[in-house]
Design a protein around this ligand. Structure first.
Ligand SMILES: CC(C)(COP(=O)(O)OP(=O)(O)OC[C@H]1O[C@@H](n2cnc3c(N)ncnc32)[C@H](O)[C@@H]1O)[C@@H](O)C(=O)NCCC(=O)NCCS
Ligand SMILES: Nc1ncnc2c1ncn2[C@@H]1O[C@H](COP(=O)(O)OP(=O)(O)OP(=O)(O)O)[C@@H](O)[C@H]1O
Length: 230
C-alpha cells in the first residue's frame, strides 16, 4: 500500500487537490473531518476540550462552537498547543483506523490530507509527500474570502502554522496553487501519474494482497517442512 501525504498551509488548496484525487478514484483520509469527529458532543475528545476550555465554547445544543474555539486558539499559542496535545491521540488513532479500513478494502494508493503532517510528525508514515503551496498574498486573500474574516484574523491563522515555505523544502512534490484552478489541474495530472505508478516491492508487501501472499507462503512452507520431517 502506498500512503501519500498531502499537506500545505491553511487555505493553500489542500481540499481542492484532495477533491481532485477523490474524483480520480483515489481515496482520501481528511484529518480536518477526523478532528471534527473527535470533538462531537459526548466523545472523549469533547469531554477533554470542555474540561480545559470551559462551557463558554459550547453552542446551545451542547456541540463545541468551532468558530469560537478557533478564535481562542488561533490567537494564543499556549492554548493552541494545549488543544493539540488534548486531541492528538484521538486524531492519530482515528486516522490509523481509517487507513486500516482502506487497507482491508484492498486500496493500493491512498492519500492522507493532514494540515499538520510535519508538526504532528506523521510525515514519517507517508511517501511521497505533496505540499500544496500558494504565494503569501494569495493565501491571505483566499482565506479572508472563504472564511469571511478580516485580514488580522487571517494572518493569525496563517502564523499559527509552520511556514509554508519551510514545508515546501520538505516536499517530494510541490503543487503551486497560486494560479487558476485550471493551472492546478494541469499540475495535478502529472502528480496523479507519479502517485499511481506501479507499487514498489515494499509497498506491495504492505498491501492486503502482499500480506495474504506472505501468510500463504509461510503456511505452505511450514506444511512442507512438517511433511519432510515425518
Ligand atoms: C480549531 C478548530 C476548532 C477550528 O475549527 P474550524 O472548523 O473553524 O476549522 P477547520 O477544522 O476546518 O480547520 C481549518 C484549517 O485550520 C488549520 N488548523 C486547524 N487546527 C490547527 C491547529 N491546531 N494549528 C494550526 N492550524 C490548524 C488547518 O489548516 C485546517 O485545515 C479545529 O480546527 C480543531 O479542533 N483543531 C485542532 C485539531 C487539529 O489539530 N486539526 C488539524 C488536523 S491535523
Ligand atoms: N487555484 C485557485 N484559484 C482560486 N481559488 C482557489 C484556488 N484553489 C483554492 N481556491 C479557493 O481557496 C480557498 C481555500 O482552498 P481550500 O479550501 O482547498 O484550502 P485548504 O488548504 O483545504 O484549506 P484549510 O487549511 O482551511 O482546510 C477555497 O475557497 C477555494 O475555493
Amino acid at each position: 500500500m502506498r500512503i501519500v501525504g498531502l499537506t500545505g498551509g491553511i487555505a493553500s488548496g489542500k481540499s481542492t487537490v484532495s477533491n481532485l484525487f477523490k474524483s480520480h478514484g483515489v481515496p482520501v483520509v481528511d484529518a480536518d473531518l477526523v478532528a471534527h469527529d473527535v470533538i462531537r458532543k459526548g466523545t472523549g475528545g469533547w469531554k477533554k476540550v470542555v474540561a480545559a476550555f470551559g462551557n463558554d465554547i459550547l453552542l446551545e445544543n451542547g456541540e463545541i462552537d468551532r468558530a469560537c474555539l478557533g478564535q481562542i486558539v488561533f490567537s494564543d499559542s499556549t492554548k493552541r498547543q494545549l488543544l493539540n496535545r488534548l486531541l492528538a491521540p484521538y486524531i492519530s488513532s482515528d486516522i490509523f483506523w481509517e487507513v486500516m479500513k482502506l487497507w482491508l478494502k484492498g486500496s493500493k494508493v491512498i492519500v492522507l490530507d493532514i494540515p499538520l503532517l510535519f508538526e504532528a510528525k506523521m510525515d514519517k508514515w507517508t511517501a511521497p509527500i505533496i505540499v500544496v503551496w500558494v504565494d503569501p498574498e494569495t493565501q491571505v486573500q483566499r482565506l479572508m474570502a472563504r472564511d469571511g474574516i478580516p485580514e488580522e484574523q487571517a494572518r493569525n491563522k496563517i502564523n499559527a502554522q509552520t511556514a509554508l515555505d519551510w514545508k515546501k523544502t520538505k516536499a517530494d512534490i510541490v503543487i503551486n496553487n497560486s494560479g487558476t484552478i485550471e493551472e492546478t489541474k494541469l499540475q495535478f495530472q502529472e502528480v496523479l501519474n507519479q502517485v499511481t505508478r506501479p507499487l514498489t516491492w515494499k509497498e506491495l508487501a504492505l498491501s492486503r494482497e502482499g500480506v495474504f501472499w506472505v501468510f500463504l507462503s509461510a503456511i505452505v512452507g511450514i506444511l512442507v517442512v512438517q511433511k519432510n520431517l515425518k
